[in-house]
Design a protein around this ligand. Structure first.
Ligand code: FES
Length: 172
């Protein structure tokens, strides 16, 4: 009589319940582990999606042989970005419609670099990083040259491919 009780309905139901609970917890655990892994694998696609072509201004606004400050509005802005959605950059008109556009952020720790026309150098005020006019590193702590945007001239306008802030792990 007692044996019958041990294998009867309530015990079987409890075993099934515990088995299902175990499967459910395993699925939940695998999901929690899998989400960051999927995020890591999809990161390159997401980074690519956070780039867009943005008009920077008229070619006429950037005379040949000069480097001037420009600014664009981050196309991936969120309402609380405020003025930080306005991203400055340096536009260098090399000659004959050839342009270079540099991120304003120093490649060391991200301070905004300034252009000095007289010396034809970019200088970083934070730790003395120096860059040549073509954006290459001249001296100081930066490990590389300035980050450079992809740039195109379309008709009378300059366009850059931007949106994501540069880091040392990936170029703009
Ligand atoms: S942030 Fe520019 S040299 Fe350090």
């Amino acid at each position: 009589m007692r044996e019958q009780t041990l294998t009867s309905g309530p015990d079987t139901t409890r075993r099934q319940f515990l088995t299902r609970l175990g499967v459910l917890l395993n699925v939940l655990g695998a999901t929690l582990i899998g989400i960051p892994i999927l995020g890591y694998l999809a990161a390159p696609l997401r980074r690519r999606a956070e780039q867009a072509w943005i008009p920077l201004g008229s070619v006429a606004g950037f005379p040949a042989g000069e480097t001037r400050l420009a600014q664009y509005e981050n196309p991936f802005r969120v309402p609380w970005d405020g003025v930080t959605a306005k991203i400055p950059c340096w536009v260098r008109h090399v000659e004959g419609g050839t342009f270079q556009v540099f991120a304003i952020n120093c490649a060391h720790l991200g301070c905004p670099v300034r252009w000095f026309q007289e010396s034809r150098l970019f200088l970083c005020p934070c730790h003395g990083g120096v860059y040549y006019e073509d954006g290459s590193r001249a001296s100081g702590p930066p490990p590389r040259g300035l980050f450079e945007y992809e740039v195109e001239v379309r008709g009378e306008a300059i366009w850059v491919r931007g949106g994501r802030l540069p880091t040392l792990s990936a170029d703009v």
